[in-house]
Structures are given as structure tokens and as C-alpha cells.
Design a binder for this molecule. Structure first.
Ligand code: SF4
Ligand code: SF4
Ligand code: SF4
Length: 580
């Protein structure tokens, strides 16, 4: 790549000729403020926060989109630049519903507040008009159009990364809004509840529907036995809500905090993940041996399931019939655990702490019930758990470690890596390989399916069988892979997760500001934490988990047997899109 010579604030530098001014400034440790900008995703220069002076140009230029050139002289904080940025921000604030005290973003980092601080905006000189539009409240997602600053980040992620495209900019002038087609609620659209739009919204215009009050009510009800389970990806992200480094594993502190909150039992969804592998592995072996529908496609990501129901209804027969790990675990808690502990299942409240907003929708699906009882009663996101811990004043970083409760205290490393893209595939291969060969493989780390490439393909030799497998994460990649399968590409086994990077980057995880996301790959940092957990585990294959073995021996019978099918498997529903 050719380089150009330029100056920024008098500092000489040589940068690749395809850089923008914003990238070039970063090279000399100058952080130009941004608001709408997301690297490689939303580079549209619409908020005008990153404006700079370029010698010879007639107007101030947006640094996030303006390319560098040979001999360019840039000034990032002249009086004209500083005043223009302030005016632009004050204009945004003058139309903004600035009720910070009651805003979901006030306890986390609000990028608008942070920018007002950074630019020393301590008064707003303009009298704007504020919108008074109704909230759109779904099962998983809440949209507050009155707080929207029209940065279009959500539009970009929904359309370009997820290829769902159910929100866009409508109307003009003061009436401009981000909305669903025809102004209908998101829940009436093919929105898959993935929450990726929340992850990228800089303000409180998008958030999950909070179920924290329901959890407090259950905890304070002495007639209820309230059990909580936590997904693998939660433990490598929760610490971020308390200013710990991205991806720091906090499993022991999290268990301590959950006990302090008042849950009766604290269980590990990793055990449910081990159970999923037993069932899905049996299903894969059965389909390969019995000539069933291939590829078998994983079913643990509810955002992916809804996407498939809307976009590939003719392919639903390829989906594994396995419920997702927390739903399986919920069904076990309301049957096996209830029986063993002599508790009426109606008095058990199962709370799942998930990195995922789509799991709120999933838990409410009528298919996720056994004998009229929901497997899981309440789903909270990692963020909601962080808020509960914060609300009662627990100093999370200073907590000691505790272990999960028995009888579900053991989980395998395979269960832990479920939270990263490729993790379900790797966990399944570890088990299927041992079962098909009848021996225990020493080399069971499948590096080919790890990492952040959008679609990963591998061929694995198991005995005399060549297994061809593919992994996709993010729904845009899922769409590409599904289209390839539809046009004849052959695989035995496919893993799909709705969120880019997998659950570690789910729509319910702690928010990271664009200043962080633009320069650090949050997905990779959190995944590292999970692979570290796996390496440190004594048991690293699902079928070696003694809790799971006992569960089959005492209660379920065999993997893929009739009791498993009654409790742990489900079915899917073809859904229409607008134009159907
Ligand atoms: S989005 Fe930010 S600035 Fe707006 S009300 Fe919420 S916390 Fe305040
Ligand atoms: S939840 Fe996902 S599918 Fe729905 S609007 Fe947001 S990004 Fe799009
Ligand atoms: S909802 Fe959030 S991300 Fe979407 S345009 Fe509005 S402020 Fe930006």
C-alpha cells in the first residue's frame, strides 16, 4: 500500500493512502470525537461531531469519511472546529428527551452524555421541539423513538450485518424517525430479537425489555423456590459492567453475587450445554447412520431459529430438534430436580441469565413448555444481572469466589466454549468422535472452527467417516451459508449463531462504547476468556460429565430416547415475511 505524507496539528506522519483523517489521527494518539461512526459499518459522517479543518478546503470536513492525501494539513481543534462541534451537539440535545435520571443508559455509559462532557457543553442555547411518540415494547426489545438521535447505527447493523433490515429512516425534516415499515411494532416484523441494534445504539433509544421486577418479586415470595442458571458467555462479560477488563472470567464472583441476591440455588447452564451435546450428537449419528436429513443444523441460537423460520421455512427439517441448553436445563429442573427434592414444580421459578435478548422471546414460545409449565420462567440479560448487583450495592470486583450448587455443579470445558462461534461444533465433535470410534481421543481441540472468520469450513476424519462441517456467525453469514446449501453444497453438520462472534457478543451483553468497539475486537477478547476456562477444566468432553451420566442413568434413559424427546426436544413454525 502506498503511503502519503501529511500533518495533523503540526505533527508529521506517513499513513496508507486509503486511510481517513480519523484513522490517521489515531496513529498520532489524537482521538477525534465521533457519534454516528462505527468502523467498517456506519461510516456516513451524518452527526458532524468529527469535523476538522483541512487547509485549502472551503468547509469543515467529516474526519470519519474524508480520505487523506499527499501534503494534506489537518487541524483538529481550531476555534472554528470547537465551536461548530458544540453547536452541532447542542442542536442534537435541543431535540433530545434528556431525562437522564430515568434512562436505562444513565447507569451505563451513554455516548451522548459522554460527548457533552468531552466538548464541555454545559448549556443548550437552542430551544428545540421534542418528539412525543409512543414506545414500541416487544417481548425482547424496547424502542424509545423520543431518545433516538438518528445516528443510523442500528439501521446499518440490522441491514448490513444481520441482513434482516426491519428498521430504516422514514419521513423528512423534524419528522425524520427510525422505524419499522408502515410504523408497525418490531414484534410484528421479521425482527429476530437478536439485540445487535442495542449493542450499537449510543443512547437509551433501544434496550431490552426489563424483567428485573419479576425476579425480585419471585425472590421475595417465600412460597417460591427460585433457581438461577447462567450461560457460558455471561461469566466472561459481567465484570465489564464493573469496569473490569473485557473478557475477564468472573465465574466465582458471579456465583457469590447470585447467592447474595437471594436465589435459592445457583446452577450452571454449561451442564445444559453438555446435555445438548449428548442429544444433538445422538441426532447427528442417527441421521448419518440412518440416512436422515443432512446437514444437521444447530438449534441453540433462538435468533437464528426465528431467522430460519422467516427466511428458510422449507429448510426447517434440517434443524436439530434439540431445545437450547437453558431450555433443556429448565425442563430438567421442573421434573427431575423437582421430584428428587420433593418440590411442586409449580413452585419452582427458573431464571436464566443469558447474553441474549432473543432468549426472552424463546422462553415465551408455547413450544417451550412441558405439561403446561414453562421450562424457563424469566430470562434476564447479562446487563440486567449487572444492574441488580449494582442496585443493591454489591462491590462486585471485591467479591470472593463460590462454586455452583450441586447436583448440577459439574460441567465440562465443552459446555463452556458454547459461548463462542465454533464452540458448539467443537463440543459436538469431541463427543461424536469418541462415540463413533469407541475410544477417547487425546487430540480434541478443533482449531479450524475457532476464530472470527465469517464462515469456517472443516473436514474431520472420524474412524472411516469423513465429516464435512461448517460454522457461520452473524445472520449475513448464515444467509450466505444457507444459500450455498440450498444450491447443493454438501455438509454433514452446520453450526449457526445469530450474533457476530456468537453469544459472547450477544445482544444482552454489557455495552461497550464505540470508542472501544472501533479499535478493540470485543468478541475475540471475550472468546479468549472461554477457551481459558475450557483449558482449566478437569472434564473437557460433555459425555464425561458425571452429572450428565447420572441424569441419563437415573432419569432420562438414553440420549435421543423417548423421555428425552418429551422433555428436551421441540419443533419449529414456518413464519411469513411482509410480502408473503
Ligand atoms: S440517552 Fe443519554 S443523554 Fe439521553 S436521557 Fe439517556 S442518559 Fe440522558
Ligand atoms: S433485534 Fe436484531 S433483527 Fe431486530 S431490529 Fe435489532 S438488529 Fe434487527
Ligand atoms: S435507535 Fe439508537 S442506533 Fe438507532 S438511529 Fe436511533 S440513536 Fe442511532
Amino acid at each position: 500500500m502506498n503511503k502519503v505524507s501529511m500533518t495533523i496539528d503540526g505533527i508529521k506522519l506517513y499513513v496508507p493512502e486509503n486511510y481517513t483523517i480519523l484513522q490517521a489521527a489515531k496513529e498520532v494518539n489524537i482521538n477525534i470525537p465521533t457519534l454516528c461512526f462505527l468502523k467498517n459499518l456506519n461510516e456516513i459522517g451524518c452527526c458532524r461531531m468529527c469535523i476538522v479543518e483541512v487547509k485549502g478546503a472551503r468547509a469543515l470536513q467529516a474526519a470519519c469519511v474524508h480520505p487523506v492525501s499527499e501534503g494534506m494539513e489537518v487541524f483538529t481543534h481550531t476555534p472554528a472546529v470547537m465551536e461548530a462541534r458544540k453547536v452541532n451537539l447542542e442542536l442534537i440535545l435541543s431535540n433530545h428527551n434528556s431525562r437522564c435520571q430515568t434512562c436505562t443508559r444513565s447507569w451505563m455509559d451513554c455516548e451522548l452524555q459522554a460527548l457533552a462532557n468531552k466538548l464541555s457543553v454545559d448549556m443548550v442555547r437552542f430551544e428545540g421541539e421534542q418528539k412525543k411518540l409512543p414506545l414500541d415494547i416487544g417481548t425482547s426489545i424496547v424502542r424509545d423513538p423520543n431518545k433516538c438521535i438518528l445516528c443510523r447505527r442500528c439501521v446499518s447493523v440490522c441491514k448490513n450485518i444481520q441482513t434482516v433490515g426491519v428498521i430504516d429512516v422514514v419521513n423528512r425534516g423534524f419528522n425524520t424517525q427510525v422505524a419499522s415499515p408502515f410504523g408497525i411494532s418490531l414484534s410484528e416484523t421479521p425482527c429476530v430479537n437478536c439485540g445487535q441494534c442495542i449493542n450499537y445504539c449510543p443512547v437509551g433509544a433501544l434496550h431490552e425489555k426489563s424483567d428485573v421486577d419479576k425476579v425480585w418479586e419471585a425472590i421475595h415470595d417465600p412460597s417460591k423456590h427460585v433457581v438461577v442458571q447462567t450461560a457460558p458467555a455471561v461469566r466472561v462479560a459481567l465484570g465489564e459492567d464493573f469496569e473490569m477488563n473485557i473478557g475477564t472470567p468472573v465465574t466465582g464472583k458471579m456465583v457469590t453475587a447470585l447467592r447474595m441476591l437471594g436465589f435459592d440455588k445457583v446452577f450452571d447452564t454449561d451442564t445444559g450445554a453438555d446435555l445438548t451435546i449428548m442429544e444433538e450428537g445422538a441426532e447427528l449419528i442417527d441421521r448419518i447412520r440412518g440416512g436422515g436429513k443432512l446437514p444437521l443444523i444447530t438449534s441453540c441460537s433462538p435468533g437464528w431459529i426465528k431467522f430460519c423460520e422467516h427466511n428458510y421455512p422449507d429448510m426447517l427439517g434440517h434443524l436439530s430438534s434439540c431445545k437450547s441448553p437453558h431450555q433443556m436445563f429448565g425442563a430438567v429442573l421442573k421434573t427431575y430436580y423437582a421430584e428428587r427434592n420433593d418440590i411442586d414444580p409449580k413452585d419452582i421459578v427458573v431464571v436464566s441469565i443469558m447474553p441474549c435478548t432473543a432468549k426472552k422471546f424463546e422462553a415465551n414460545r408455547p413450544e417451550m413448555q412441558v405439561d403446561g409449565l414453562a421450562d424457563v420462567d424469566i430470562v434476564l440479560t447479562t446487563r440486567e444481572l449487572g444492574k441488580m448487583i449494582y442496585d443493591i450495592g454489591i462491590e462486585f470486583p471485591d467479591l470472593g469466589d463460590s462454586d455452583f450448587d450441586n447436583p448440577f455443579g459439574n460441567a465440562s470445558g465443552a459446555g463452556a466454549i458454547f459461548g463462542a462461534t465454533g464452540g458448539v461444533m467443537e463440543a459436538a465433535l469431541r463427543t461424536v468422535s469418541d462415540i463413533l470410534t469407541g475410544s477417547s481421543a487425546d487430540n480434541f481441540e478443533y482449531e479450524d472452527v475457532r476464530g472470527l472468520e465469517g464462515i469456517k469450513i472443516t473436514n474431520v476424519k472420524i474412524g472411516d467417516l469423513n465429516v464435512r462441517a461448517a460454522v457461520a456467525h452473524g445472520l449475513g453469514n448464515a444467509r450466505k451459508l444457507m444459500d450455498a446449501i440450498k444450491t447443493g453444497e454438501k455438509f454433514h453438520f452446520v453450526e449457526i449463531m445469530a450474533c457476530p462472534g456468537g453469544c459472547v457478543n450477544g445482544g444482552g451483553q454489557p455495552l461497550q462504547l464505540s470508542d472501544v468497539r472501533n479499535w478493540i475486537d470485543v468478541r475475540a477478547e471475550r472468546a479468549k476468556g472461554l477457551y481459558k476456562e475450557d483449558r482449566n477444566m478437569y472434564i473437557r468432553k460433555s459425555h464425561n460429565n458425571p452429572t450428565v451420566k447420572r441424569l441419563y442413568k437415573d432419569f432420562l434413559g438414553m440420549a435421543g430416547g423417548s423421555k428425552s424427546h418429551q422433555l428436551l426436544h421441540t419443533h419449529y413454525t414456518p413464519r411469513t415475511n411482509y410480502d408473503d
